[in-house]
Design a protein around this ligand. Structure first.
Ligand SMILES: C[S@@+](CC[C@H](N)C(=O)[O-])C[C@H]1O[C@@H](n2cnc3c(N)ncnc32)[C@H](O)[C@@H]1O
Length: 230
């Protein structure tokens, strides 16, 4: 068992925003994850490691099969599950993924050695705030699934690294609906996270520079695209 990883950042796990029966239906009635990906997923479940939920896996598979990105940047590797999902869907893509947690990095390395058969995935160790500065674009897709308070801080560099028609995806932006609460009603230890998310929404929503779409998948997936000429 993984001892030190604390799953505090995903309130959706216990409090789905979409009706629980519908979430269950989406997860049980569609194609299941099988084979090697299922091994990684089962380990995540057994050890309470948050990874993208089933409906998001299927959405990623659909989206990637249409977009066929050549280079993908992921912020938040954990044990490498979402990176492996993406690698499997786009066998010709190069994926750079960042994590700062030593325990997750060790597990991710083991999984990548075992399951990244085409050596598509490059794991960068360190805080994304630092690693992002060293990266060279362009990336056709940036997937943020790390500390939610930092999404807004990672946005400018991610936009800089993004290809002209590139897409940014950010996971868990609903925070189980807490984004709707007045900030003083949010638990004190969650306020920095909530303030970061609200700053992000203020920056990207209703801004002529960006096209956005929020999807009620998992705990909310935000999609951001640059408008042409911006
Ligand atoms: C929800 S998990 C990622 C799950 C993974 N994307 C998946 O679906 O398989 C979040 C990960 O982000 C990492 N993380 C959080 N903040 C980070 C930061 N500032 N820089 C790098 N990694 C970060 C954590 O260590 C954790 O492993």
């Amino acid at each position: 068992m993984v001892e030190t990883y604390k799953s505090t950042s995903n309130p959706m796990m216990n409090r789905p925003v979409v009706k629980a029966e519908l979430v269950e239906w989406m997860r049980s009635s569609q194609t299941q994850v099988t084979g090697e990906l299922a091994e990684v997923l089962n380990f995540a479940k057994e050890n309470n490691i948050p990874v993208i939920p089933h409906e998001t896996v299927l959405y990623f598979q659909m989206l990637l099969s249409l977009l066929k990105p050549k280079r993908i940047l992921e912020i938040g590797t954990a044990i490498g599950f979402s990176a492996l999902v993406m690698a499997q869907e786009v066998p010709e893509a190069e994926i750079v993924t960042i994590d700062r947690n030593p325990e997750m990095i060790e597990l991710a390395k083991k999984n990548l050695t075992k399951y990244d058969h085409r050596n598509q995935i490059q794991l960068k160790e360190g805080d994304a705030a630092d690693v992002l500065q060293e990266l060279k674009g362009p990336f056709d897709l940036v997937f943020m699934d790390s500390a939610k308070s930092k999404y807004v801080e990672f946005l400018p560099k991610s936009l800089e690294l993004l290809s002209e028609n590139g897409l940014i995806l950010m996971d868990d932006v609903f925070q189980a609906g807490e984004i709707l609460l007045p900030i003083m009603e949010v638990k004190r230890n969650q306020r920095a996270l909530e303030r970061g998310l609200r700053k992000l929404f203020d920056e990207v929503f209703d801004n002529p520079k960006y096209m956005t779409s929020v999807l009620p998948l998992g705990d909310g997936l935000l999609m951001i695209k640059k408008h042409k000429n911006c």
